[in-house]
Design a protein around this ligand. Structure first.
Ligand code: FAD
Length: 305
């Protein structure tokens, strides 16, 4: 069967050609502005559509990759084979008592702002994390002493057969930049954040403070994927990179940030290949100079060109 015919049948599930996009360039969807094409990118609007896509993929033996806001991803320059589900249209946020229920495609920044408007405290740490709710659940995103696990009470996920499952806090197994969702390859559909009543002014002050810290320390003026490496036990990745004299090191169009050594910025039409080469170079140099192995926090997926 021809590739175009195979994916045409997806319009039986999603009757809207604008939400089934063949040969879609993924650099439009990543914060690093790199990445090749997806065979097909689909934008579901309901959980039932997600399940149906996953079942379709199972029957047709096609891989399925989930894309949130693309803020923690390097997609290789050859792109992604099979189906890419983009969650951006699953973006509802609602209040239930003192809990907020957010769908996977809602920006976690918007969820944090929604909490402020509802005078609920607990999500201030997330006010500058540029990912989706699904990405925050998957990675247990965190910043400035807070993390998703602190406030997440349960989640709805789909497994790779398309079955919808509700997971309790314990079943979510949240750890440092990981969760049951990443471990079992679930698709996160929604998260419930249980928060405390707070004072609007105090919540706003804390968010303004964290935004100021972020803007003064991070190179937000350039495309990047945030901190490239996880924090190695007993160390800070940025400090190790700085002490190894790597700030400003450039491969192709990608550079170790001068402002924050833990970031790599796309300064001049860099490619995913530039990013990956620079990551390997930094890992090798830091290992030689300090003996520490840096593990990537950013996820590197897809095929080489
Ligand atoms: P993506 O980049 O789209 O995907 C990341 C991984 O999650 C992929 O493996 C993807 O398959 C998976 N995924 C995404 N959505 C789902 C889903 N619904 N179901 C299953 N899997 C899914 N992170 C922090 O933790 N703290 C920070 O302070 C922080 N600061 C940042 C600052 C900048 C400037 C940038 C660019 C990034 C920063 N990050 C930070 C990294 C990033 O924002 C977080 O890791 C975020 O949680 C990723 O979410 P995303 O939607 O962008 O995920």
């Amino acid at each position: 069967m021809k590739k175009s015919d195979r994916y045409k049948r997806l319009t039986d599930i999603i009757d809207d050609p604008d939400r089934v996009r063949c040969d879609e360039l993924l650099s439009h969807y990543t914060f690093t502005k790199t990445g090749g094409k997806a065979d097909v990118l689909i934008l579901p609007k309901t959980y039932e559509e997600v399940s149906a896509i996953v079942r379709f993929a199972g029957v047709n033996q096609l891989p399925v990759t989930v894309l949130g806001n693309g803020s923690n991803l390097i997609i290789r320059d050859g792109g992604i084979r099979g189906i890419v589900i983009h969650t951006m249209k699953l973006n509802a946020i609602r209040l239930q008592g003192s809990s907020i229920i957010a769908q996977c495609g809602a920006a976690i920044i918007d969820v944090s702002r929604f909490a402020l408007r509802c005078h609920l405290t607990g999500l201030e740490f997330a006010c500058g994390i540029p990912g989706s709710t699904g990405g925050a659940l998957y990675m247990n995103a965190g910043a400035y002493g807070g993390e998703t696990a602190d406030v997440l009470s349960h989640a709805v996920v789909a497994d790779r057969s398309g079955r919808l499952i509700e997971l309790s806090r314990d079943q979510l197994e949240m750890g440092y930049r990981q969760s049951a969702i990443s471990k079992h390859d679930y698709i996160a559909l929604e998260g419930t954040f249980t928060l405390e009543k707070g004072e609007e002014e105090k919540i706003r002050e804390q968010m303004d403070h964290l935004t100021h810290l972020r803007e003064s320390k991070q190179p937000l003026e350039y495309p990047s994927c945030g901190s490239v490496f996880k924090r190695p036990p007993g160390h800070y990745a940025g400090k190790l990179i700085q002490d190894s004299g790597l700030q400003g090191t450039r491969i192709g169009g990608v550079e170790v940030s001068q402002k924050h050594a833990g970031f790599m910025v796309n300064v001049d039409h860099g490619t995913a290949t530039d990013y990956i080469k620079l990551i390997h170079y930094v890992q090798k140099t830091v290992k030689e100079k300090s003996g520490v192995d840096l593990q990537t926090e950013v996820r590197i997926i897809g095929e080489d060109k």
